[in-house]
Design a protein around this ligand. Structure first.
Ligand code: HEC
Length: 137
């Protein structure tokens, strides 16, 4: 009986991991995502998601936000796949510099971009993605 409960707990834990991070993207999705990333995102978020070079404060307009890295050195991985897709499709309230890509990218395309971004992260970071980042590191 105890064994059965332990097994069930393991299964549930596995389910929670998949539910929080979504299914891993296929190589095909990652390569589609990369093409879209290079076309629409690279100009700000940089090659391989390294982020934008900061613009010196004295020539920056007030409220101007620099595009942070999307690789694992910033906090893109603190967000779940769903939150990342939502940011891509709907943009960010805090800055018009991160536009809404709805109408340019379909939801499936936004997911493949997320798949590409995650291909830049190590497995340790992927295991800690989303709400789990609080207790993971
Ligand atoms: C014109 C510049 C620009 C372009 C192009 C752009 N972004 Fe952004 N992005 C930003 C800025 C600025 C922020 C917000 C920075 C901040 O809040 O400090 C941002 C934030 C984000 C965030 C939130 C990350 C986090 O850690 O909270 C994601 C995800 C993101 N962008 C993905 C994308 C993707 C994917 C594309 C291409 C489809 C894209 N961006 C294109 C400027 C841009």
């Amino acid at each position: 009986m105890t064994r059965l409960i332990v097994m069930l707990l393991f299964l549930l834990q596995g389910y929670a991991v998949v539910a929080a991070t979504g299914q891993p993207a296929t190589p095909d999705e990652i390569s589609k995502g990369r093409t879209l990333y290079e076309r629409f995102c690279l100009s700000c978020h940089g090659e391989n998601g390294v982020g934008e070079s900061p613009i010196p404060k004295y020539i920056r307009a007030p409220g101007y936000l620099t595009a942070m890295p999307l690789n694992e050195t910033s906090h893109a991985w603190h967000h779940s796949d769903e939150q990342l897709v939502d940011t891509i499709l709907n943009g960010l309230q805090r800055t018009k510099r991160m536009p809404s890509w709805k109408g340019v990218l379909s939801e499936a395309e936004a997911r493949s971009v997320v798949g590409y971004i995650k291909s830049l992260w190590s497995s340790r970071i992927i295991a800690c993605q989303g709400p789990r980042h609080m207790s993971c590191m």
